[in-house]
Write a protein that binds this ligand. Structure first.
Ligand code: MF3
Ligand code: CO
Length: 255
């Protein structure tokens, strides 16, 4: 599949999708505390997205039944919100969301502590976020996809963590998932060359223990094979000839 170079108009639409997505994350972050359910988070997220007249990217995508992926502790990604899943003090939760604005997607994820969490969990979340920003430094025209992968991989492995291999970042635009794949581990090839106008979701999924993952019986929830914690951090970015632009952000909202 060819990598689509976006027009200025498409980029503007993705910027607006990303702004609304950033606001959505900010709103759901506010309600995270021990005692609330992952269903409550999903409902609030969907409400915010729809309040802008937008559609949640994930709802019904390949049959996914919710708007926000809520993945707790050893759940890596694609956790399904449930009234029965009540957050506890000390949990960490990854929230992955997508917004469609006038036909264009933005995709981003954050991992948050629930109340007071262990130092081990704090360090994992911090390193996962930092690995994204390491990767961001090489996101520019003339570099290759593997430069992004290597930046995440090297940063993470140097700190004793492992990067999930069964799931990867991706191009994003009029479709949630487009070419190219953006792995968080290195391969012995450079991969596609980055060009101005490409829009990609860079999304380190980082485990404390093994990189191996398993799928639960719900066919969605991905968990670590060893039951150890996992964290996720993702933004939709635009490649340019100079510094990359984070499209999934809004003024006044922390990344
Ligand atoms: N951010 C996720 C990804 O890039 C999207 C969730 S998949 C869905 O794969 F099916 F839940 F929508
Ligand atoms: Co994604």
């Amino acid at each position: 599949m060819a990598i689509i170079i976006k027009s200025q108009r498409e980029i503007e639409l993705m910027k607006e999708a990303g702004r609304i997505l950033a606001i959505t994350h900010e709103e759901i972050k506010k309600i995270i505390r021990p005692g609330i359910s992952t269903y409550d988070i999903d409902k609030r997220g969907e409400e915010v997205i729809r309040s802008f007249g937008c559609i949640p990217s994930f709802l019904n995508y390949n049959g996914y039944p919710a708007s926000i992926c809520t993945s707790v502790n050893d759940e890596v990604v694609h956790g399904i919100p449930s009234k029965k899943r009540i957050l506890q003090e000390g949990d960490i939760i990854s929230l992955d969301a997508g917004v469609i604005y006038k036909g264009y997607h933005s995709d981003s994820a954050r991992t948050y502590p629930v109340g007071e969490v262990s130092e081990k969990a704090e360090k994992l979340m911090k390193a996962t976020k930092e690995s994204f920003f390491e990767a961001l430094k090489v996101c520019r025209e003339g570099n290759y996809v593997n430069d992004i992968s290597k930046a995440v991989f090297d940063y993470i492995t140097a700190r004793g963590y492992s990067a999930v291999r069964d799931l990867v970042g991706h191009g994003v635009g009029a479709n949630l998932h487009e070419a190219p794949e953006v792995p968080n581990f290195t391969r012995n090839r450079k991969g596609p060359k980055l060009k101005a106008g490409m829009t990609i979701a860079v999304e380190p999924m980082i485990n404390i223990g093994t990189y191996e993952v398993e799928w639960l019986d719900d066919d969605w929830t991905v968990v670590t094979a060893d039951g150890e914690l996992s964290a996720h951090y993702e933004n939709t970015i635009l490649i340019t000839e100079g510094d990359p632009v984070i499209l999934s952000q809004a003024e006044g909202i922390e990344l």
